[in-house]
Design a protein around this ligand. Structure first.
Ligand code: DOR
Ligand code: ZN
Length: 344
């Protein structure tokens, strides 16, 4: 059965330009998005030269023009660019402020509690603050969002205890949302043995209990959105010791979640909420008129069988047979993909 769906939205991708275009660039990243049925995505600021000034933002906006789909940006902070934050928040291309409370790719870790307070104070209330916060850092971020009256989006929630923290914060009336990645839903730490570097990312894969809590949280709405954290690295970088953090996700996201629907883990309605309606609402993403995708819901495909669109040329799901094939993508009346072929 061929089904028409809205163009999907991914609020968390790393397109690597400028600075690491051997991993990805706006063009190849957008081809990966089209293959996965995504027509709007939000790019993260942890580039080699991080997006922490208006100058860097302008550069990225210009470079992103070669993308096939619409791209917005999350601004970054190193704790020393406070005067840039209101200027960035006022820009239509900026959808949120990303804060790294934990170590990962890039040099944007902020652990000093006073510095974090200053950032929460400097960011104008309105657009969300996104945190990469694991365990205790999440509890601190929730307290801080309450204190400064900020909207908080918890990126790539991973642990069962974190799902519970978000559930309680929501019950307490905080304006908090959370995202979950397909890889945390589909894999557990057990995969590291088998997949080596291709199972390494931040936050790391969890336990069976974590995974069950993530599906339950996504199903009951505690977790609002699916976000890929598409984090391309070259095969060489994934196979070295230690491997680079991050896995690709744009091309497989829909199919991984749809597999969950087929397995009864969540409804198709929740899937569309998590991949379109809520990302749009939470980040105030503009309407894309005359934009839709078509998916063959009965067809299946083998990941990697015909290569990849992402320059990273890998997937943690390589070889897996997944349901749901995106056959057509139309953006503002223009065909970007037809019969499974990308038109560029
Ligand atoms: O695994 C990850 N990779 N997690 C992050 O938070 C960053 C990302 C990257 O940029 O490589
Ligand atoms: Zn990320």
């Amino acid at each position: 059965m061929q089904k028409q769906l809205p163009g999907l939205i991914d609020v968390h991708v790393h397109l690597r330009e400028p600075g690491a275009t051997h991993k990805e660039d706006f063009y190849t990243g957008s081809r990966a998005a089209v293959k996965g049925g995504v027509t709007f995505m939000l790019d993260m600021p942890n580039n080699a030269t991080p997006t922490i000034s208006i100058e860097r933002l302008d550069e990225k906006v210009a470079l992103s023009k070669k993308a096939l789909i619409d791209i917005g940006f999350h601004f970054g902070t190193n704790g020393k660019n406070l005067e840039e934050l209101p200027k960035a928040a006022a820009r239509s291309e900026v959808y949120g402020l990303k804060i790294y409370c934990n170590h990962t790719t890039g040099e944007m870790l902020i652990e000093d509690q006073n510095a974090l307070d200053a950032i929460f104070q400097a960011w104008p209330v309105g657009k969300p603050i996104l945190v990469h916060a694991e365990g205790e850092q999440l509890k601190q971020s929730i307290a801080r969002a309450m204190k400064f009256g900020q909207r908080l989006h918890v990126c790539h929630i991973t642990q069962a205890t974190e799902v519970e923290d978000v559930r309680q914060a929501k019950a307490g009336g905080l304006s908090i949302t959370a995202g979950v990645c397909p890889h945390h839903l589909a894999l557990t730490g057990e995969a590291r043995e088998r997949m080596k570097g291709y199972a390494v990312m931040k936050p790391p894969l969890g336990t069976d209990a974590d995974q069950a809590a993530l599906w339950a949280g996504l199903a009951d709405g505690t977790i609002d959105v699916v976000e890929t954290d598409h984090a391309p690295h070259s095969r060489e970088e994934k196979e070295k010791d230690p491997p680079a953090f991050g896995v690709t996700g744009l091309e497989t996201s829909f199919s991984i979640i749809y597999k969950g629907v087929q397995e009864g883990k969540l409804t198709e309605e929740r899937m569309l909420e998590a991949m379109y309606t809520l990302p749009k609402k939470i980040f105030n993403i503009p309407e894309q008129p005359d934009t839709y995708i078509e998916v063959d819901m009965d067809a299946s495909w083998t990941v990697g069988e015909h290569g990849y669109e992402t320059k990273a040329n890998s997937s943690p799901f390589e070889g897996l047979v997944l349901p749901g094939v995106v056959t057509k993508v139309v953006l503002r009346g223009k065909e970007l993909m037809n019969n499974g072929t990308i038109i560029s």
